[in-house]
Design a protein around this ligand. Structure first.
Ligand SMILES: [Zn+2]
Length: 361
């Protein structure tokens, strides 16, 4: 199978390819059914493949589909890692756990969010405490998600967003839009009003499978930010922490950190690593997001806004709906051999560095 063939064309094929690759590699497979259905009535599930000793103290974990439609990328890498035999190269005593499609609803429906319009990577906040404020988003909420989506509205809202960027800087606009917001359930980058199914499932999977682990490396696959095909290793932790020091140890200078201002991502609220750490008290977790660029950032945000409009006001089966879905897919997945090869090579390099980090003292 060629590298391009690792990458699926839709969610059902992603699942079957992953399940087949896991079986061929001799991995144990666990299926966690999701209560919803896909667009053709297909069942939804998160799957876990485990290769290596069940009680391993050191485990490499990969996660795909945190942001639903971004799952093509991570799923392809996970199936390829199992299918190519690379998963078998790990040192004795180290296990590999692949969490496939942690947000299966978003993956199947080609949405970045979960079934309840929640950005899973903004959902790991303490819902018993006051939720993070985002006055910039509050100001832009209606402009970002207008009730009508046509050329005139796109142009008019573009001008308002450009004026905001003029006043607050491009980074200020990016922070307002993408940091996460907890007041507009129908908006974009909504962090939720409580833990979503995928949030609870991620914690359950980590607690259930990684109990004996002492050292865990996590690579969470994302797309839609940065230069096309480039894989940015983003470390989401606070500056000056031992976790950050370990990331530097493992990956050298080839990583970025929003808290240090070196990343193309801003300092987001409620990211999933918080939940992973909570699920594994006492375990050393070294986590990065591997974020691959697709289209220019403006086009990605436009696709997200269009998709949000479609699900609130439009008809996905209409010509306009299908065009928006194609735009959304393109924003998070480049169906091109050169892009897939760049994704794959960077993923292999990164996972090998993570394995070397796990093998170290
Ligand atoms: Zn993402």
């Amino acid at each position: 199978m060629s590298v391009a063939d690792y990458f699926p064309t839709d969610f059902p094929r992603a699942r079957s390819r992953f399940v087949d690759a896991a079986a061929q590699a001799g991995a144990r497979l666990f299926t966690y059914a999701h209560p919803g259905q896909g667009p053709r009535g297909e069942p939804l599930a998160t799957e876990v493949a485990w290769l290596g000793p069940a009680e391993a103290e050191r485990v490499l974990v990969t996660v795909s589909g945190t942001h639903g439609a971004e799952g093509f990328c991570g799923s392809g890498v996970q199936s390829g890692w199992l299918d190519s035999g690379l998963a078998g190269e790990q040192e004795a005593g180290i296990a590999y756990m692949a969490v496939h499609a942690i947000n299966p609803h978003g993956f199947a429906w080609l949405r970045r969010v979960t079934e309840d319009n929640v950005d899973l990577n903004r959902n790991f906040v303490d819902f018993a405490a006051p939720l993070p404020e985002n006055p910039g988003y509050d100001e832009l909420a209606e402009v970002l998600c207008p009730p009508v989506w046509d050329d005139a509205t796109i142009a008019a809202t573009h001008d308002v967003l450009a004026a905001y960027a003029e006043a607050h800087g491009t980074a200020g606009l990016q922070a307002a839009v993408t940091n996460g917001q907890y007041r507009h359930p129908a908006g974009i980058f909504f962090g939720g009003a409580g833990p979503t199914w995928s949030h609870l499932m991620l914690k359950e999977i980590f607690a259930r499978h990684l109990g004996p682990a002492r050292k865990v490396a996590v690579i969470d696959y994302h797309t839609g930010l940065g230069p096309r095909g480039h894989g940015e290793r983003i470390c989401p932790v606070v500056a000056d922490s031992p976790d950050l020091a370990r990331v530097r140890d493992w990956y050298g200078d080839d990583f970025t950190c929003p808290a240090l201002g070196t990343s193309s991502a801003t300092e987001i609220c409620g990211f999933n690593v918080i939940g992973m750490v909570e699920a594994l008290p006492g375990t050393e977790v070294t986590a990065i997001a591997l974020e691959y660029g697709t289209l220019p950032s403006e086009e990605v945000k436009l696709a997200l806004r269009a998709d949000n409009w479609l699900h609130l006001h439009g008809d996905p089966a209409s010509a306009k709906g299908r065009a928006i879905k194609a735009q959304l897919r393109e924003a998070f997945y480049q169906d091109a051999d050169d892009w897939k090869l760049m994704v794959w090579e960077r993923a292999v390099e990164t996972q090998r560095l993570a394995l070397a980090g796990l093998a170290g003292a």
